[in-house]
Design a protein. Structure first.
Ligand code: CA
Length: 377
């Protein structure tokens, strides 16, 4: 069986309520999807994380390398794409294009072999994955702290046991927001903060010290991803675990992050850092550094399913009888693409999501919705 064609789609949707985070605002969602089709018509879906039109151009550049290849030999195809792109793409959106194609081939491979991707990745350590709700973005309102606290409480009512909120406006405002949310949800719910690299080193340290008493599970992207020394310095001076890696790419990027002792938790995005093939290797590398992986995830059901399958296969370090949960990000911000494009919709039960058992990733794209959301070219 050979790969017959590689199709790419840019889907987009305007938001009903624009929101922003520490770097910029969103008034629409745009995502590049990839469909890899075999000679017999069997297909797999993948997704890239980053500027959709740029990723799509990357997919079109890589597609001739993939056509005619054997989809069962996915890591060999990955190496071919990587070698062709490396001179121009040691990091960045061309790696996201490789990721999207790679995920689609894993989905296709699973369907051809009649096995879930997690089984093909080496086997599940767990049948359901604990998810944390990502939300608490900023919107224009008179009472932002109150609005954020109400949103956090709504996630708890939906069953989430862990939440991640945005910070990175300024230290005083951020501390006020964290306190408001902690007061509203109580001490039992895990709470994480994400600055999206908005802070200077001194601001990150000052913020960390002020929220240390509030029981924070991790502090994500405190400083710019280029400041490895800043990560390491902060990690040595706060008791809050430091997380990062959504702006890192490929094994080499994570080797740099891990060997510099930057993070307690590594956060590759499967749709950007190199796909399932490379994130499996990144997870092995992280394990060797005694560092757990909690993937960054921000897209449609395809990205989320890829995360579920990968996380279901991760060994937690250190191993012990009463094993801590593996974790996966579940974005809850407004996203009509996530909510309508793929089926089944993943439901949260007491804070966990069941890993799909269907062959491949276990999600499919609704063709009517694809047509509705696709950008005309
Ligand atoms: Ca983040």
């Amino acid at each position: 069986m050979r790969i017959k064609q590689v199709e790419s789609y840019v889907v987009e949707q305007r938001l009903e309520t624009p929101f922003y985070f520490s770097q910029f605002g969103f008034d629409e969602r745009q995502i590049c999807l990839v469909k890899v089709v075999a000679e017999d018509g069997t297909y797999g879906w993948g997704e890239g994380y980053g500027p959709a039109n740029v990723i799509r151009a990357g997919v079109e550049f890589l597609a001739p390398l993939v056509q005619g290849e054997d989809p069962l030999q996915v890591e060999a195809i990955w190496s071919k794409m990587h070698l062709r792109a490396m001179d121009y793409a040691r990091r960045g959106v061309l790696v996201a294009a490789i990721s999207a194609i790679d995920i689609a081939i894993w989905d296709l491979r699973g369907k051809l072999l009649n096995q879930p991707v997690s089984v093909l990745l080496g086997g599940r350590r767990r049948e359901s994955v604990k998810v944390y709700a990502t939300g608490m973005y900023f919107t224009e309102t008179d009472d932002l702290a109150g609005k954020l606290a109400a949103e956090a409480c709504a996630y708890v009512e939906q069953g989430f046991q862990a939440l991640k909120m945005k910070v990175g406006l300024d230290v005083d405002t951020d501390v006020r927001h964290v306190r408001a949310i902690r007061d509203a949800i109580g001490d039992e719910i895990e709470l994480m903060v994400d600055a999206n690299h908005a802070y200077s080193r001194s601001e990150a340290l000052a913020f960390a010290k002020r929220i240390e008493p509030l029981g924070i599970r991790f502090f994500e992207e405190p400083v710019t991803p280029e400041d490895y020394e800043g990560y390491r310095e902060l990690r040595g001076r706060t008791s809050i675990p430091i997380a990062g890696g959504e702006c890192e790419y490929l094994l080499a990027g994570f080797r740099h992050l891990l060997s510099n002792n930057c993070v307690d938790i590594a956060q590759p995005d499967i749709c950007a850092a190199g796909g399932l093939s490379e994130c499996k290797r990144i997870a092995a590398l992280a394990q060797a550094f005694q560092t757990n992986v909690v993937p960054h995830s921000w897209g449609t059901g395809i990205a989320f399913a890829a995360g579920l399958h990968l996380v279901s296969t991760l060994d937690i370090v250190p191993g012990r009888l009463r094993m801590p949960d593996a974790l996966l990000e579940m974005d809850r911000s407004e996203n009509a693409l996530r909510d309508n494009l793929t089926a089944p919709i993943f439901s949260v039960s007491d804070g966990y999501v069941t890993v799909p058992n269907a062959p491949g990733l276990g999600v499919d794209v609704d063709p009517d919705m694809l047509a509705r959301f696709s950008r005309a070219v």
